[in-house]
Write a protein that binds this ligand. Structure first.
Ligand code: F2R
Ligand code: MG
Ligand code: MG
Length: 309
């Protein structure tokens, strides 16, 4: 794809993630809701304030840009710096504990394994994987390697790392598909299924395929999940995108309508949708309300330069 065609897709990805996060945050931890009610809520909001999801996407992007690629120590310090300046962004329980360990001298590559049993499989590393999908969209084995390494800073459980890989890979696939071309949902899912190395995610890709025509959202929640754990949210976000691939707005509203970890699932679905459709597909009235929008766009533009030069 031509370099110029990619720019709106890079911006659409990061802005799309941040808007999904900001709108979804209004209903995080709550039950299912009607899409029309969420749309009305968006109309009433004065600002879309983002949470840890976007705050960590910003940290990943800042570090990749400054280092012109991945540097684990640098990325860990970027997370710590951002967290300490705005700890009120609604972080999950694990990352602040990891940050304290690293500040006490634990290396960035080993702190993650000391949390929970075998490391965290929360969705905190998948939710921040968008900049990795953007930067490495042409080198998919490198994308896998960097998604794993960057996840391991805070989420070293195999299910956490694999969730980050799949989210980054879904973004790369969306970016590599022209926005004016039809997305082949079955081949998109097959590629994700083949790329996944963990059987649980492989099996969930199969479930997504079977649920594509499903009208009953409760069934989607039961079979894919809407939780804080990576395997119960990354496949759900992919589903929300694939259910209505030609509408950013419908993907995000649908993700929030499922309830549960709504900021994170809507952010991940919004990142994939934005990477496919580009920034023009995101409602202007939502974009205008996004906190720090110009800075998020600037990061996306720098990633675009770095990835395409
Ligand atoms: N923290 C929240 N939401 C809470 C409410 C926020 C509120 N609105 C506010 O403003 O304060 N959301 C954010 O956290 C999620 C990402 O969490 P992360 O970073 O993955 O955290 P953690 O602690 O690593 O994992 C989350 C939970 O998963 C379970 N878990 C993980 N690994 C486990 C293991 N090996 N064994 C057992 N359980 C494991 C634990 O319950 C963890 O606490 C996003 O939703 C983000 O938006
Ligand atoms: Mg959050
Ligand atoms: Mg969340």
């Amino acid at each position: 794809m031509h370099k110029g065609e990619l720019k709106p897709k890079f911006i659409g990805c990061l802005v799309g993630a941040a808007i999904g996060d900001g709108l979804g945050a209004q209903r995080e931890g709550r039950g299912m809701a009607k899409e029309e009610a969420i749309d009305s809520l968006a109309e009433k909001l004065v600002e879309l304030t983002y949470t840890d999801d976007t705050h960590m996407i910003i940290g990943v992007a800042e570090s990749l840009i400054e280092c012109k690629g991945f540097d684990g120590e640098h990325m860990a310090q970027a997370f710590i710096r951002n967290y300490e300046s705005e700890p009120w962004r609604g972080y999950g329980p694990g990352p602040p504990m990891i940050f304290r360990m690293i500040k006490s001298g634990e290396p960035w590559y080993s702190a993650g394994a000391k949390l929970y049993k075998g490391g965290s499989f929360g969705n905190g590393s998948a939710m921040r994987a968008a900049p990795i999908g953007l930067l490495y969209f042409r080198d998919l084995e490198k994308l896998r390697e960097i998604a794993y390494k960057s996840s391991a800073i805070t989420h070293s459980h195999e299910l956490g790392k694999e969730g980050a890989v799949l989210q980054a890979y879904a973004i790369a696939l969306a970016l590599n598909t022209p926005s004016n071309g039809e997305i082949n949902r079955e081949s998109f899912l097959l590629r994700l299924q083949n790329f996944a190395q963990n059987h649980l995610y492989k099996e969930k890709m199969g479930r997504i395929k079977r649920l594509l025509g499903e009208q009953d959202s409760a069934k989607v929640v039961i079979l894919l999940g809407n939780g804080i754990e990576a395997p119960r949210s990354v496949p759900t976000a992919i589903y929300c995108f694939l259910k209505q691939p030609r509408s950013y707005k419908d993907s995000v509203l649908y993700a929030i309508s499922l309830g549960g970890d709504t900021d994170t699932i809507a952010s991940m679905a919004g990142a994939i949708s934005g990477a496919y459709l580009g920034i023009e597909a995101i409602p202007q009235e939502w974009k205008a309300k996004l906190e720090n929008e110009a800075y998020i766009e600037a990061l996306a533009e720098e990633l675009w330069q770095l990835a395409t030069d």
